[in-house]
Design a binder for this molecule. Structure first.
Ligand code: PLP
Length: 379
């Protein structure tokens, strides 16, 4: 078997989620799976596509209707990519895979955030690249000194940015976006910006380095509809980049999957045309849940940052004296509540747990009451 693949650990998120199945009656707050049904317009769009027999291969880069709708949508976020500067992928996951495959040579250094979404490190290492974790500040904002320390060495191929962030819920502030853009202009590196949760931002304004057209020659934008339209199983993501970069990504796409599922692509078109009210509804519900979970955790005396995007919260459990694994194992066995140990997201995640608040408010209320009991018993 391939040694690099054998060396990759199974994702800590899945590992913990699987443990939950062994504990009868446990409440799981482990997955990033919204509890809302897919918007009706998305289902209708897919039914119509089936009835019309739109079941054949699409082009590798996806149907033009979807790429053009994405272009219009991104435009509203201040991000300018034309329909022919993107490729529709099988969820954000396969988008990330195609990007790193096209970009990374053996031993190439890729900076990834720590804590961060585990796929970055796994994919880069599977491909033979070298993932270098950059630490974040205590509030999970970018630590520019840390980032520049690596960039100054001059041998970094790419920087991965991940805002709104899984697992911390942090977003990029306006000041940090501008400072970051300055840094990225100074060093000639590729930028992979994963903005999977851009539609789930609780601030009025959205900031991304992709909003600077002059950075586009080096920038690859990854996103998708799994979270935005609560369609995780329908597997539609997308990657945007200038044509020269995209050409290589599309080669990977061709030999990897040919294309994303045609019916799901039509569902996403309908979502973009008619589903903004559904997205707004989900976003406002997530915001209520975020406020509830945050105030409960604060009230328990835990050190926690208010998440400004996505649907995760990342409290510190250092005050309990337990490791992340120990805390989560005991919480599951003693109180039947499952959260993900922070170390599943990198070394800097040690001492934290990730709670996904994409679950119903009833479940969150029950789970938080049990977490409170657990904290009080172990203070
Ligand atoms: N990027 C981030 C930050 C994520 O959290 C996820 C999924 O949780 C993905 C990418 C992958 O998305 P998808 O489910 O569309 O493959």
């Amino acid at each position: 078997m391939n040694k690099r693949v054998c060396d990759i650990k199974v994702s800590g998120i899945r590992r913990f989620h699987n443990k939950v199945k062994e504990v009868e009656g446990a409440i799981s707050l482990t997955l990033g799976q919204p509890d809302f049904n897919v918007p009706e317009c998305v289902s209708e769009g897919m039914k119509k596509a089936i009835d019309e027999g739109k079941t054949s291969y699409t082009s590798n880069e996806g149907i033009p209707e979807l790429r053009n709708e994405i272009s219009k949508y991104l435009n509203k976020l201040g991000v300018n990519f034309d329909g022919d500067e993107m490729c529709i992928t099988v969820g954000g996951s396969q988008g990330l895979f195609a990007v790193f495959m096209a970009l990374v040579n053996e031993e190439d250094k890729v900076l990834i955030p720590d804590p961060g979404y585990p796929a970055y490190k796994a994919i880069v290492e599977m491909i033979g690249g070298c993932a270098i974790e950059y630490k974040l500040n205590d509030d999970f904002s970018l630590n520019f000194d840390e980032m520049e320390k690596y960039l100054r060495a001059g041998d970094v191929k790419a920087v991965v940015l991940s805002y709104p962030c899984n697992p911390t819920g942090a977003v990029l502030s306006r000041e940090d976006r501008d400072k970051l853009a300055g840094l990225l202009r100074k060093y000639d590196v590729k930028i992979v910006t994963d903005e999977m949760y851009a539609a789930l931002c609780y601030e009025d304004e959205y900031y991304s380095v992709a909003q600077y057209d002059d950075l586009k020659k080096n920038l690859i934008y990854v996103s998708g509809f799994s979270k935005m339209f609560s369609m995780t199983g329908l597997r539609i993501g997308y990657v945007c980049a200038e044509k020269e970069i995209l050409k290589q990504i599309i080669k990977v796409q061709q030999y990897n999957v040919s294309c994303a599922a045609s019916i799901s692509q039509y569902g996403a078109v309908a979502g973009l045309k008619y589903g903004y009210n559904d997205v707004e509804y989900m976003r406002s519900e997530f915001k209520k849940r975020r406020d509830f979970v945050y105030s409960e955790l604060k009230d328990m005396g835990l050190d926690v940052n208010l998440p400004k995007g996505a649907f995760y919260i990342f409290p510190s459990i250092k005050s309990t004296g337990m490791t992340s694994e120990e805390f989560c194992e005991r919480l599951l066995n003693e109180k039947k509540v499952a959260c993900v140990p922070g170390n599943a997201f990198g070394k800097c995640g040690e001492g934290y747990i990730r709670i996904s608040y994409s679950y119903s408010i009833e479940e969150l209320k029950k789970a938080l009451a049990l977490i409170r009991e657990f904290i009080e018993e172990n203070r």
